[in-house]
Design a protein around this ligand. Structure first.
Ligand SMILES: [Fe+2]
Ligand SMILES: [Fe+2]
Length: 240
């Protein structure tokens, strides 16, 4: 079996935006706490992790799109393209879900978690976005920072042979226009690119709402835990 070609480490670097104020710190703290719980629950079960977390990831874009739509109606003004972009983000996340459900079927417990989490998270995020949209976008951006890290781990495990690399599901091949012989690795690469785009865009939305003329620069993250690894172990370079 041939080993897949390593991904250029700079392609979708793991980046982190330092919190600038208290609300950013609250958003980051919440995301880190949820990541801790997810890491304990899913461990290395990447497919299951993706299925459950993508059901959550598909909520904020829809809520943000709805509330921006209502705001544009209330103020009778142009939305500057935000509504369409947020709804597209939600749709893109739903396609991640439809893809990974072909890779891993959620257990009964996970289906229960999905139902409960949606009930809680939808309401939580709705009111967060209604009263603190900047924090809501920053929180999504921090979620997406973690998603890029998780999918980078997923890639590293596929590259090392710790995780199988079956053919890509048909739905993924047509959605991302992948070659007919694409594998799971190609899918994870495509999804990671999407998450990196959501991360950067949501930081920009938050900066815009902050009214910041000079957005803070993203920091590339060097990880000693292998979080930045996007290539087969044995090489001496990790992704930044
Ligand atoms: Fe996603
Ligand atoms: Fe995302």
């Amino acid at each position: 079996m041939t080993r897949p070609t390593p991904v250029p480490p700079d392609m979708y670097p793991i980046t982190h935006r330092r919190p600038r104020d208290l609300s950013d710190r609250v958003a980051l703290g919440t995301v880190k706490a949820l990541r801790f719980v997810a890491d304990r629950f899913f461990a290395g079960r990447y497919g299951h992790r993706a299925v459950v977390l993508e059901t959550v990831a598909a909520v904020p874009g829809m809520v943000g799109g709805l509330l921006q739509h209502l705001k544009a109606l209330r103020h009778i003004r142009d939305d500057q393209g935000w509504i369409r972009e947020l709804l597209e983000e939600a749709d893109n996340e739903r396609m991640h879900l439809m893809t990974f459900v072909k890779v891993a079927q959620p257990s009964m417990v996970e289906r229960g978690i999905i139902m409960l989490t949606q009930a809680v998270f939808y309401n939580f995020y709705f009111f967060l976005y209604l009263f603190a949209p900047k924090t809501a976008h920053r929180m999504v951006a921090y979620f997406e920072e973690e998603a890029v890290i998780s999918y980078t781990h997923y890639l590293a495990d596929i590259d090392s042979g710790r995780h199988p690399n079956p053919p890509a599901p048909e739905i993924a091949i047509s959605y991302w226009n992948l070659p007919a012989d694409a594998t799971l690795r190609d899918v994870v690469l495509a999804v990671r690119a999407d998450e990196a785009g959501h991360r950067d865009r949501n930081h920009e939305f938050a900066d815009h709402l902050l009214g910041s003329a000079e957005p803070a620069a993203d920091q590339r993250v060097e990880s000693s835990s292998g979080a930045g690894r996007t290539h087969a172990p044995g090489s001496d370079r990790d992704a930044a």
